[in-house]
Design a protein around this ligand. Structure first.
Ligand code: NOJ
Length: 533
């Protein structure tokens, strides 16, 4: 039943997210690029990751660091040329690896020719490609929808005397996905990259793509906490997750299915019951709607265990799970749960059932880097300075070695390097058997070697206020995973079945190879993987 041959590459492998500005600079301009990524493929292969997802590399005025695209078919010169891209893709494939691109279909840059045309006059043929609306009688915006990056979601256009809608920056006008020409134009973009051979897309803000046709006001959020971004003041009931979005996702899927073994991953922040609808009827929607629950839940073992069970329970038949621990929009895992818990978190990510996504640098234990106010780049941080909302701290240069600028660049990088880079870097950690990097590598290799860990069943065992434990099983091979999510020692005694077996991997290397029977004691921040007899 769990024969690995029955599973596809995007089910069996680990996705590694590269934020291209910050991975490796090859041309001395302080910004990472495609040739830089190519130079580091040996590292990724050594680490054992086989699928790379690169955040946007397209032409863009960079108001939102590439998530504001002005040409979907062009590579931004900061990252290189189309030749560089093709060389990277071909080398990735030669190594048996896969490459995913970021598709940003919800909005374009305000400098995209489509928008320049649309805003040139009310009767321009591209006018309806975006979302325009008259002002209310008093001149105010048509409804109360907010921008994720602060303030109203509506921007007044003085030339044509209407508002346009932007879920993010005013430099990122939302496309009107109800317009069939928009649908075709974006499918053409997908076709362009699929024809080049890319293995799939991570689709930006998939749940935003269609808005309420009546433009009704969003309701107030009774749970709003003023420490959160202002967007959370309202519940985006009418501006996101509309039923018609699923028709669009299906369209994207149908196109992708014309190619062999490509994948669509949806970026979707929704409660799990609504998230799983994005798999589509009969799994004809996104292959993997990103499951962000580990990014947002409190680090509480009982809640996490209940969340895993709930997710396993609501997954539609034959759909494939996935888990994410960090990304370029959120606090890094080592900063969120603390460096002491980072190994436990990695063990959780890499032993759960479903495709894991690993964010570059987490394998070193990179933490969020404090960026002085005057160096903040992220528009979310700049627009809401009092909320500490900048995403820059999680986007700092990869720490490769102890040379100046951590081997990321020969010049001062666009964002400062962590001050601990001389200690926390790839070169240093590679030689240290106790390092985070070697721990990650062992976890990745064990997961990839053992079908029980990459495709096996998930069987919950026990959770309490300190621990989570479960079994992964395939064809008679069983692994027992026990994680202590607290700093205090904990004690485990199974009531239902005898745990007997050898520890094959542990946060504390000294435990590896030991044989366990009956009750188990773990120190604070410890986790073990036991191969059961
Ligand atoms: C989600 C992306 O992950 C984020 O970085 C970006 O700012 C918004 N979408 C807008 O595209």
């Amino acid at each position: 039943m769990n024969n690995t041959n029955n599973y596809l590459w995007w089910q069996k492998n680990i996705i590694y997210q590269i934020y291209p500005r910050s991975f490796q600079d090859s041309n001395g301009d302080g910004v990472g690029d495609l040739r830089g990524i190519r130079q580091r493929l040996d590292y990724l292969e050594w680490l054992g990751v086989e699928v790379i997802w690169i955040s946007p590399i397209f032409q863009s005025p960079m108001a939102d660091f590439g998530y504001d695209i002005s040409d979907y078919r062009g590579i931004h010169p900061l990252f290189g040329s189309m030749d560089d891209f093709e060389e990277l893709l071909s080398e990735v494939h030669q190594r048996g690896m896969k490459l995913l691109l970021d598709l940003v279909p919800n909005h374009t840059s305000d400098q995209h020719p489509w928008f320049l045309e649309a805003k040139s006059s009310r009767d321009n043929p591209k006018r309806d490609w975006y979302i325009w609306h008259d002002a209310r009688e008093d001149g105010s915006p048509p409804n109360n929808w907010l921008s994720v990056f602060g303030g109203s979601g509506w921007e007044w256009d003085t030339t044509t005397q209407q508002y346009y809608y932007h879920a993010f920056l005013k430099e990122q006008p939302d496309l009107n996905w109800r317009n069939p020409d928009v649908q075709q134009a974006m499918l053409d973009v997908m076709r362009f990259w699929l024809d080049k051979g890319v293995d799939g897309f991570r689709v930006d803000v998939m749940w935003h793509m269609i808005k309420d046709q009546q433009f009704r006001d969003n309701p107030q959020n009774p749970d709003y906490d003023p420490r959160e971004i202002t967007f959370r003041q309202l519940v985006p009931t009418y501006s996101t997750d509309q039923p018609e979005v699923h028709d669009i996702v299906r369209m994207m899927r149908q196109l992708t299915d014309q190619y062999s073994e490509r994948v669509i991953i949806g970026e979707i922040y929704l409660p799990v019951q609504r998230l799983v609808i994005y798999y589509g009827q009969d799994n004809q929607g996104a292959h993997l709607p990103f499951n962000f629950q580990l990014l947002t839940l409190p680090w509480d073992p009982e809640r996490i265990a209940a969340t895993i069970d709930e997710y396993e329970g609501v997954l539609p038949a034959n759909s494939w799970p996935n888990w994410v621990l960090s990304n370029h929009d959120k606090i890094r895992i080592a900063s969120r749960v603390g460096i002491e818990q980072a190994k436990v978190a990695a063990m959780l990510l890499l032993t759960l059932r479903g495709t894991p996504t690993l964010y570059y640098g987490d394998e070193l234990g990179m933490r969020d880097v404090p960026i002085p106010q005057e160096e903040v780049h992220d528009p979310q941080g700049l627009n809401m300075p009092d909320l500490n909302a900048s995403r820059d701290p999680a986007r700092t240069p990869m720490q490769w070695d102890h040379s100046p600028y951590a081997g990321f660049s020969e010049v001062r990088p666009w964002l400062r390097v962590a001050h601990n880079y001389q200690r926390v870097n790839v070169l240093h950690q590679r030689d240290d058997p106790f390092s985070m990097l070697n721990y990650y590598r062992k976890l990745i290799q064990l997961r990839q070697k053992e079908p029980a860990l990459h495709v096996g069943n998930y069987i919950p065992v026990h959770a309490n206020h300190q621990i989570i434990s479960y079994i992964r099983q395939s064809e008679g091979v069983r692994f027992f995973i026990l994680l202590n999510l607290t700093h205090r020692p904990c004690y485990f005694k199974s009531e239902h079945e005898e745990i007997r077996g050898k520890v094959v991997l542990a946060t504390e290397i000294e435990r590896e190879g030991t044989y366990l029977t009956g009750s188990i004691e773990l120190g604070g921040d410890e986790g073990i993987i036991v191969k059961l007899d």
